[in-house]
Design a protein. Sequence first.
Length: 163
Amino acid sequence: MKLLPMEARHISRAVEIERLSFPDPWPASFFVSELENPFCRYIAAEDEADGRLMGYAGFQYVLDEGYINNIAVSPEYRRKGVASALLEALIEMALELGLSFLTLEVRAGNAPALALYSVFGFKPVGRRKSYYERPREDAILMTRLLKPEKAGSEPANDNIEEI
Ligand SMILES: CC(C)(COP(=O)(O)OP(=O)(O)OC[C@H]1O[C@@H](n2cnc3c(N)ncnc32)[C@H](O)[C@@H]1OP(=O)(O)O)[C@@H](O)C(=O)NCCC(=O)NCCS
């Protein structure tokens, strides 16, 4: 597996992976605007054998807050550590940017994603009722606090309530 910054050439395959992964898949235009946004960071995982896109993940940041907007792995490459490698790379980039946390929303019934995030230290911090449509479902908010080495102290999390 090769990790590299996601590029425009990855978008058509990413749209296929979206259709195989989500009931509300992103169209190409969403990827175009994310990749053009200077406050977004997206990583692609390619199969080293044939250069095929295996999966991708990315976040947007505002000040010291990071929001993971998307992560997906093509079905034939799942349970092989691809998402783990992508998440590790995102966390490393978030630390380099000095972000205080990474956060995301996940469908309450998306057991694989919930399991993946908890392995990486994301904690459930809230629930948005009926956030998703087709099918209607709650979103679980999960946050991973980051500890930039220079800070040396725990980031403030007084407003985060465990659920
Ligand atoms: C969620 C998703 C990204 C995981 O990708 P992946 O490359 O298969 O994940 P990994 O192989 O890195 O898995 C790492 C760990 O996550 C957990 N996990 C991943 N998939 C799981 C599953 N189907 N069931 C239970 N646990 C799972 C396991 O703990 C796993 O470690 P293990 O394989 O050693 O048991 C993938 O299933 C996917 O693309 N799903 C559709 C899109 C999606 O739901 N994205 C998240 C939106 S919030």
